[in-house]
Design a protein around this ligand. Structure first.
Ligand code: ADP
Length: 545
């Protein structure tokens, strides 16, 4: 073998040293409801060192897990850096999990310490006695005395614990293939599954996030991370920001449309990321309370399909381009990004932008048919998407039982995404459904995503979710759950008529229900499992045309 290059580790300690010195003037800005508190990356470096020293003083060693039960804020950012850089493993706990799921994930990951935001103390307190491995809880941004300590658990005030700690830390050289962080899937279609990211996978993924044809995060950006830091690592924004010196605007607990509009106005971020339902909510707010948001050079939307009507509303009315992206907790999460090829302009460019996009060079993809055969990229053959690459999970974290790749999700080194769609010859992915949400009517598939997008294009519709319901004749037929915009009205007959020249006749839904709200998952996606349950329990008022 020829001798080649040095073999420095792509570790988060290296990233921390870089970001907090080279980009020491960039800032993490936390919204407090009416104004922002600011911390430079230089200060953040000292903050992280104090936190690492504090965690060592509590006995955290090796790759023990430290949980965070927090909003997006500067303290969460310090945890993002300190915990992996000291060699331990950051476990971001989803604050909106059902209680039994929270208990399951914290016990499964064997969290030793949990850092909790003061406003979330009441949520954690109820489950804390059941978290078997937790020995210490640290209360940030609030009053530690409000949390009763169960037997064997010590409760600390974040500020007091960090106050006496040195503001430097001898960050160890960590093996880049060791675990840096863990995130459990949000359980949209089943129990949460743990994904352990390595230092190397986070490093490579961060580089991708900053690439020009990807999310393009750069030094001149101020990035608003609405997507929670417990949802697929806030889509890679925190680490990527530190890599290039982009400032971060953190919304803390102020996630409703009005406070988001207020922080947009006050801080004028240039970039933002969130799931479609957040943008839909913001859009309704802006339509009633107009405001210039053109300081946003681009916003990334993923987690669910971005409706074309939403993309047009932001671009045509607010001069803010939406970048559609696809990913999963298991894919770090960046899997594909919809930037059109240079040759496509006008309407053609839009057609590319509606898709889930192209895969970066580090993500290989294939489509698998019903009989396990590989399907061509002809933009017609529909199958399950499988992906492979250095920031794609190789297995779920098995806990004490060990990491055996689950054959339902992993085979021959590929991740089975559970997403169904097609790929064009030039590599653009179009997802039609999750395998578990597919509607099979008379032997043919109906894409719920496509129907949703078409219904949401109606000017009176705020949101529309489509699920399959049992049908004697056709096995399944689509049911459309519609949320109307405030002050608007439209009938099921009118909506069906509106669809009549947009979808094939046999796909036209006859089952319609008008609801105040589509049930949402813990990360703000349409919860189709619950919608189907509502229907089977007779809780929906369905009109049949
Ligand atoms: P959960 O599976 O619990 O919702 P994730 O947040 O990891 O947790 O979700 C990943 C899934 O979200 C993908 O497998 C896919 O079904 C869906 N998804 C993500 N981005 C998109 C997108 N742009 N369009 C359609 N579906 C998407």
């Amino acid at each position: 073998m020829l001798s080649t290059m040095q073999d420095g580790q792509l570790s988060l300690g290296r990233l921390l040293r870089h970001g907090t010195t080279v980009h020491s003037e960039s800032e993490v800005i936390t919204w407090t409801g009416s104004e922002a508190r600011r911390e430079t990356y230089g200060e953040l470096g000292k903050h992280a060192a104090k936190l690492a020293n504090a965690l060592r003083s509590l006995g955290i060693t090796g790759d023990q897990r430290v949980g965070t039960f927090m909003w997006n804020n500067a303290e969460h950012m310090a945890a993002y850096l300190a915990i992996p850089a000291m060699g331990a493993v950051l476990h971001t706990l989803n604050i909106r999990l059902f209680p039994e799921q929270l208990v399951f994930v914290a016990n499964h990951a064997e969290d030793q310490v949990v850092i909790v935001d003061g406003t979330l103390v009441p949520l954690l307190a109820k489950q804390l006695p059941e978290l078997k491995t937790v020995r210490h809880v640290i209360v940030a941004n609030g009053d530690a005395s409000t949390l009763p300590a169960p037997d064997g658990v010590q409760v600390h005030s974040y500020d007091e614990l960090l106050a006496g700690q040195p503001d430097t830390f001898d960050w160890p050289e960590v093996d880049e293939r060791s675990a840096a962080a863990m995130c459990y899937t949000s359980g949209t279609t089943g129990d949460p599954k743990g994904v352990a990211y390595s230092h190397r996978s986070i490093w490579l993924h961060s580089m991708q996030v900053t690439m020009t044809d990807s999310m393009r995060l750069a030094q001149h950006d101020k990035a608003l991370a609405i997507v929670p830091m417990f949802h697929a690592m806030a889509w890679g924004m925190p680490y990527a920001a530190l890599m290039v010196g982009a400032s971060l605007l953190m919304p803390d607990r102020f996630l409703q449309p009005a406070p988001i509009a207020q922080m947009l106005d006050a801080e004028k971020p240039t970039f933002a990321g969130a799931v479609p339902t957040i943008w839909q909510g913001l859009l309704s707010h802006l339509d009633a309370n107009p405001q210039d948001i053109s300081h946003l050079r681009e916003v990334v939307v993923g987690g669910s399909a971005a409706p074309p009507s939403l993309m047009h509303a932001f671009e045509d009315r607010y001069n803010v381009p939406i970048l559609h992206a696809w990913g999963m907790t298991e894919t770090s999460p960046l899997g594909s990004v919809a930037r059109p090829p240079v040759s496509a302009t006008g309407e053609k460019a839009w057609d590319y932008r509606y898709t889930q996009g192209r895969f970066p060079a580090s993500v290989s993809a294939r489509l698998i048919g019903d009989n396990g055969e590989e399907l061509p990229w002809d933009n017609e053959s529909v199958g399950e998407l499988e992906v492979q690459g250095p920031w794609i999970a190789a297995s779920y974290y098995g806990g004490k039982a060990g990491d055996e790749p689950d054959p339902e999700k992993f085979h021959d080194g590929w991740l089975r995404t559970g997403d169904v769609g097609k790929i064009s010859p030039d590599g653009y992915l179009t997802l039609t459904d999750r395998a578990k949400d597919v509607i099979k009517s008379g032997g043919e598939w109906i894409s719920s995503v496509d129907l949703e997008n078409q219904v949401m294009a109606h000017p009176a519709v705020a949101e529309a979710a489509v699920v399959g319901i049992p049908d004697e004749k056709w096995d399944e037929r689509p049911l459309v759950a519609v949320v109307l915009k405030e002050g608007q009205s439209v009938t099921a007959e009118e909506l069906r008529e509106f669809l009549s020249d947009k979808v094939a006749k046999w796909q036209l839904p006859e089952n319609w229900t008008f609801v105040d709200e589509v049930p949402k998952t813990s990360v703000g996606k349409f919860d189709k499992k619950r919608l189907r349950a509502f229907h089977s329990e007779g809780k929906l008022d369905v009109s049949q045309l």
